[in-house]
Design a protein around this ligand. Sequence first.
Ligand code: NAD
Length: 314
Amino acid sequence: MTLIHSDLQRFNPVTVIGAGTIGLSWATLFLAHGLSVRLFDPRTDLQEVVDQHFNSIAPTLSLLGLPSSGFESRLSIGSDLQHAVTGAAVIQENGPEKLLLKQQLFAEIEPYIEPHTLLLSSSSTIPASDISASMKDKSRMLIGHPFNPPLVMPLVEVVPGTFTSAKAVEDALVFYKALGKAPQHIQKEVFGFVANRLQFAMLREAMYLVDEGVVNMEDVDEIVKDSIGLRWAAAGPMLGMHLGGGQGGMEAFMRHLGPTMEKSWVAQGNLMMDEETILRLAEKSRDSYGDLTINELAQTRDQKQMAILKTRTK
Ligand SMILES: NC(=O)c1ccc[n+]([C@@H]2O[C@H](COP(=O)([O-])OP(=O)(O)OC[C@H]3O[C@@H](n4cnc5c(N)ncnc54)[C@H](O)[C@@H]3O)[C@@H](O)[C@H]2O)c1
């Protein structure tokens, strides 16, 4: 029997809404930590999708040092929303990234949930203030945005809305920490939160450079892995800058390289994601990665990622 961390006892059971990429990964993490999970999704092939997922996830769990058996008795699945949310201590929502759908979903479940139920949405971009707009009590609803896959990646961005209580934020931080995650309390609601805004800023330039024929896609990967990726995994970008300034720290860095950075910002590409660009870049991705299947590429990526995570933990 999997023991539940003492900090997790009060967050049991958990309802996971939406059994797609993110919902299934969250459900696995919750089960592996001994929690009971009710998984809701309106899709007609739910049982099949769940079976497929749990049949293939054991190697990842074992690499993470988490149990991979004994889940059946603690997992229930279904397409009855009221049944799934009644009595839940936590709800982690992972439906499609559509404002209206999420708004309606949270308003619909409100009459059936306990006064203390913690309401979390995995939304990548939509702020809690918008999602909770149609709710009577908005105080326990907030964003718990993971990096994909939540089972593996440490970061969860905890982003309260205007009406979220300090208690709900604290509960979310305790909940995710007890699950072994690295939650970050984001102080202010902004579109895309933080990790994706940073990621997308860099991806814009990477795609522009590939589109301009400056580098191939696989060259960008190697350049980043052998320089920025390595540095950022150890120190992050801001401490990296501070150290880049030598004894003078951040201020010296900005005085020294600030003008060059400014020039570079002006020169950076502004790619539009229109159909022609998508087709052009898709062709380039086939040139770079087409010899291997997505599953083969993902497997190698996962193994490397897990090895890096293990080294970090040590
Ligand atoms: N994929 C990512 O990289 C990623 C990362 C972090 C956060 N997110 C966020 O997580 C959420 C889910 O993303 P995903 O990638 O798992 O999407 P997905 O398309 O894989 O899964 C969405 C699931 O929601 C279900 N669904 C459809 N209508 C529903 C309804 N009315 N109620 C409940 N469920 C419904 C679908 O059947 C599907 O199984 C989104 O808000 C997304 O922004 C995604």
